[in-house]
Design a protein around this ligand. Sequence first.
Ligand code: TK8
Length: 334
Amino acid sequence: MKKLTKLLIASAIAGSLASALAADFQTRIIRFGYGLAEDSNQGRAVKAFAQDLAQRTGGKFKAKGFASASLGNDNQMQNALLGGAQEMTVVSTATLVGIDDAFGIYDLPFLFRTEQEADAVLDGNFGRKLAARLEAKGLIGLVYWENGFRNLTNSKHPIAKMEDMQGIKLRVMQNPVYIDMFNSFGANAIPLAFSELFTALESKTVDGQENPVNTIQSSKFYEVQKYLSITKHVYSPWIVLASKKWWDGLNADEKKALQDAAVVSRDFERKDSRAAGAQALEVLKQKGMQVTVLSPKELDRMQDAARPAIAKFAASGHADLVKDLQAEIAKVRK
Ligand code: TK8
């Protein structure tokens, strides 16, 4: 290598090191709680976030993951963030309705057809505007991760059509859109925190639940659920949150490092979740689950049955929001 090139490279490295050093980072411990097992797409992405953040801050920011709702379920963690007792979490957007009921919007059935549509809307104006509403409530919405398309499991019998849901006690998230949707399908919807779900399935307090295949695998629901129905009734996002109380005490460099690491974790998580999701169905079959794929005709019938749930959500002060979202989806579909 020529001397000059060497010199230029050396000074470029020194330059970027200098700017990393010039950035102002305090030593910070970040308690990052989440609901799924450490060995899950959520757990892997929390690790990726912590690693990237440590690198960016010269080791000053230490994010520590707390798996399996050990700091509390989604709602409890949101409250801990509001009070400043916990710095970060990742929760289902559906569980935010207690703080801002507009977050029921993503749970309207059969909105998104592909992950790419969801990415475009969530990362675009619509998703960012909705996340920004949380700031006034005391939460900083950093990025959306993929929970994924939700499917149905139960321990009673195969569900191949809507009528098969009659009388099934089905756990849903603590969110009125889910309760209305599954009641309109004919199931008996029972809201329950995710952290109590395995035990409820095991003790047959509930017969079934609905979640993406990744979660059915990482939460070992195949041990207590025989039948899996591929319905993809909702594309479910997770949202990475920081406590505003804590956030307000950070300087601009620190906030930027968190935002940038969150984006890196988002891209990692979506890729990882999609790769894992492609394998999960085979794994679940090997574990003994019996898989039924619902026909497009049955899914259309479910979509029709759920229309009143959508109308009810729109009528509860969210008509414009529903219109905005439908317009955004139409735009990305073109
Ligand atoms: C994990 C939950 C979970 C969600 C649910 O804490 O509750 O069913 O899908 O991922 O957020």
